[in-house]
Design a protein around this ligand. Structure first.
Ligand code: P6P
Length: 339
């Protein structure tokens, strides 16, 4: 069992003892963690807080926004503007980047987030979450632009998510492994409950939306068919399936006990490459999964090596237990180039 230390002590040790993070980055992560506590309180109120249902507006993705999507976005923006660690923020819920107002000092970091991932689950009381990614602003020049955000995922200096479920759990990496913190509601503090999280390299559990089977590329269909064939098939073992339709919850299960999560390329919208967003879903989750000994690809290429072209670009995602992700990659390389 890991030492039951606070998030603050963990981050101070990462800064002071391991030299892994700067004082500015430590402050930024503390503020994001505090914002997640505020979001958790709103989420947990549900109908009592008048926060369920839609907001009658659409986001840049063309998705109808839930009231809690907007609340979570505003909490993260307001919490992170004043601290002096950030130059700008980008969010799934905002078309353009949000530059820190002139009334506050500008810092060297860029924060990207999906403020409330899994929104379709909000009104039915299923786990949802906040995903965030931290980059350094490139160059020394004053000012910040959208292009400054377009860095490959391997450039991230920190990433994390908060899952609002039976427990409220914050998962963070600063590039030295993955740590999990559980919210102690009596104290109102984050307590380290697992450090150096490891994903088993093998698994018997896959996570995919099976209703899309007719739209998948051949390698994905081959992989899933073999899982479904079970003990009598080429894999020689039975598989189980889980699909919560909330990436944060599915990824948290994989970090906790292994598994493979797939949201593959889909022939319905070939130009979109996939449903999930590269910059604030696939990249942070890919960083976390790799830091826990797993793997994350788009089926063919390491997610963290993908050179972004647009802030809201989408990507296919295959992540989790290393040996399973590598098998899916092998099937893609065996097959003809993607249609
Ligand atoms: P589907 C939630 O909307 C999300 O972006 C991810 O959190 C989740 O994994 C996926 O979409 C679910 O998609 O098509 O199964 O509803």
């Amino acid at each position: 069992m890991s030492r039951r230390i606070s998030l603050t002590q963990y981050l101070v040790e990462q800064q002071r003892d391991h030299g892994r993070i700067s004082p500015q980055l430590r402050l930024l992560l503390e503020v994001v963690a505090r914002a997640c506590k505020s979001i958790a309180i709103s989420v947990n109120k549900g109908a009592l807080g008048g926060v369920l249902g839609t907001a009658e507006t659409e986001n840049v993705q063309g998705e109808v926004q839930k009231k809690l999507d907007i609340i979570a976005n505003e909490v993260l923006i307001e919490a992170n503007e004043w601290g002096g660690a950030l130059a700008a923020m980008a969010s799934e819920e905002m078309d353009a980047i949000h530059v820190v107002p002139n009334r506050y000092p500008q810092g060297e970091y860029l924060l990207l987030f999906d403020p409330l991932d899994g929104s379709s689950n909000i009104d039915v009381n299923v786990s949802i979450g906040t995903i965030f990614s931290v980059l350094k602003k490139p160059g020394e020049q004053a000012g910040v632009s959208t292009e400054d955000f377009l860095q490959a995922g391997r450039e991230q200096v920190a990433a994390g998510y908060c899952v609002y479920g039976p427990q409220t759990t914050l998962v963070i990496t600063v590039g030295a492994g993955v740590a999990m913190f559980t919210l102690d509601r009596e104290q109102g503090s984050w307590v380290l409950t697992e450090d150096q999280v490891r994903i088993p390299e093998d698994t018997k559990e896959f996570s995919i939306n099976m209703s899309n089977v007719r739209h998948w590329d051949a390698p994905v269909k081959r992989y899933i068919d073999e899982c479904l064939a079970g003990k009598e098939g080429p894999r020689g073992k039975d598989f189980n399936m889980r699909w919560i339709a909330s990436m944060v919850a599915d990824v948290h299960r994989i970090l906790s006990r292994g598994g493979i999560f797939m949201y593959p390329w889909d022939k319905r919208e070939p130009h979109k490459a996939g449903k999930l967003r590269l910059m604030y879903e696939a990249n942070p989750m890919g960083f976390i999964v790799e830091q826990a000994g797993g793997a994350a690809t788009n089926g063919r290429q390491r997610i963290l090596d993908i050179a972004p072209e647009q802030l809201h670009q989408r990507v296919a995602v295959v992540l989790g237990s290393k040996n399973e992700v590598e098998r899916v990659t092998a099937y893609h390389l065996d097959a003809a180039p993607q249609a």
